[in-house]
Design a protein around this ligand. Structure first.
Ligand code: MD3
Ligand code: FE
Length: 215
């Protein structure tokens, strides 16, 4: 008989940071290559672009979207739009594989029936950062947010309900999925400047997929 070395291990390695915030290490690893092929296709239809903040600054993260709604920023503010402002066309449809991955992750974290209608694609290069903010452009805050990290590792900054609360630094690598629901949904968060590196699959980049129910 073959002894099962992992018999006492849980099938899924999950860490709860605070209630509702669950890190699922390597949960997307097996699908990472096909996920990236899918993302490459999406970016042909809706290329990455650097959006303007309402204050007129160019964001260092390059972004695109898929799904019924896409997150956009310009001089008029932050909001969701059914059209890509670059092409005035609808965003590419959300691939079922992506929707299923997000729903499964949300389910593992205790949020059954998650049906994302928006997927923000964030691309980081060396030095790219995302300053501390709250996600509050969505309608229903009882719905979690699922994020999938691909490529170079990043340090995720996880704060509290107030901007001045202490900040936890969480390393996120290729294939990690995080579910942000419950009280964590309203917490301040950001990403520290990306360190230069060479990822075997994605090269000099990090790609983060953020799936939400926005509408
Ligand atoms: C914690 N993106 O697009 S995803 C964003 O890595 C964003 O690109 C980051 O924050 C990135 O808005 C982080 C993880 C994430 C997303 C939403 C959250 C963490 C969150 C909402 C509440 C608390
Ligand atoms: Fe955010």
């Amino acid at each position: 008989m073959t002894p099962d070395l992992f018999a006492d291990q849980p099938a899924i390695w999950q860490e709860q940071l605070i209630p509702g915030a669950v890190v699922l290490r390597s949960q997307a690893l097996m699908q990472a290559d096909s996920l990236l092929a899918t993302v490459a296709q999406l970016l042909v239809a809706a290329p990455l672009r650097h959006m303007l903040t309402p204050g007129g600054q160019t964001m260092s993260v390059a972004m695109s979207n898929c799904g019924h709604l896409g997150w956009i920023s310009d001089r008029h503010g932050y909001r969701y739009s059914a059209q890509d402002p670059t092409s005035d066309q609808p965003w590419p449809a959300m691939p079922p594989s992506l929707q299923q991955l997000a729903a499964q992750a949300a389910d593992l974290a205790g949020f059954a029936g998650f049906e994302p209608d928006a997927c923000l694609i964030n691309r980081y290069l060396a030095g790219t950062r995302l300053s501390l903010h709250q996600d509050k452009d969505e309608r229903d805050f009882t719905q979690p947010i699922v994020s999938v990290s691909l490529g170079l590792p990043a340090t995720f900054l996880f704060g509290g309900a107030r901007r001045t609360d202490p900040i936890l630094r969480i390393p996120l690598s290729h294939g990690d999925i995080v579910v942000w629901g419950g009280p964590a949904r309203r917490h301040y968060h950001g990403v520290a400047p990306l360190k230069a590196g060479l990822h075997p699959v994605l090269g000099e980049q990090r790609i983060n997929l953020t799936l939400r129910k926005a509408g």
